[in-house]
Design a protein around this ligand. Sequence first.
Ligand code: MG
Length: 251
Amino acid sequence: MKYVRFIYNGVERYGSMGKNSIKIADGSPFDNTFKLTGEEIPSSEAVLLAPTPFSKAVCIGLNYRDHAEEFGLPVPDAPVVFLKPSTSATGPETSIIYPEMCHRLDYEAELAVVIGKKARHVKEEDALDYVLGYTIANDVTARDLQPKNGQWTIAKGFDTFMPLGPFISDEVDASSLMITSRVNGETKQMSNTSNLIFTIPYLISYISNVMTLLPGDIISTGTPGGISGMKKGDTVEIEIEGLGILRNTIG
Ligand code: MG
């Protein structure tokens, strides 16, 4: 299933994405009420939203060796964890707002794990039972503000700094997926999720031993090397094998 959340005829709905169409569902995939209605619409008639209205985005820093190296930082021996607020979410095909107080705005291509059921004290071997599926995240960062704060909340917490989508898929094996980012068509990052330092089951177990993960919450697993800045008018695309393309413009 490729779960989408969208606006159709002014109403927010969930559904299942096909090639050029969306099958409409009643209910939500986050509370076991999701049920296809039989109604199908052309994708062009729907406005896609971030596929999950998450309560928290738990993000992992420095989880690819080459990204730690480009900052001249050692590979961490425990996950570097920070949160992005729910208000940072935005959907595919929207604009990321370039904040006035920022002078260097970066993309970060990331695989996001979407939690499907309440997870607390989960063992690593059971962790994937708590996953609804996977989607693409762009961990947008005001890079110049990052070192000015002891914490990363300001640099990464602006509204629109967490584009997500276009859909959540439960059809991929997330342990080995190509991940690529492009700005105005030029490739900037290219790696594979098999290069993650801390694996997805490890992260779910580690985080759920700290905080309860709720249905719809996401874990954004970190970005590979190759970060750089964007400017107003740019188009940023993140592509992950089997998960489509997350495309946004900078406004
Ligand atoms: Mg990141």
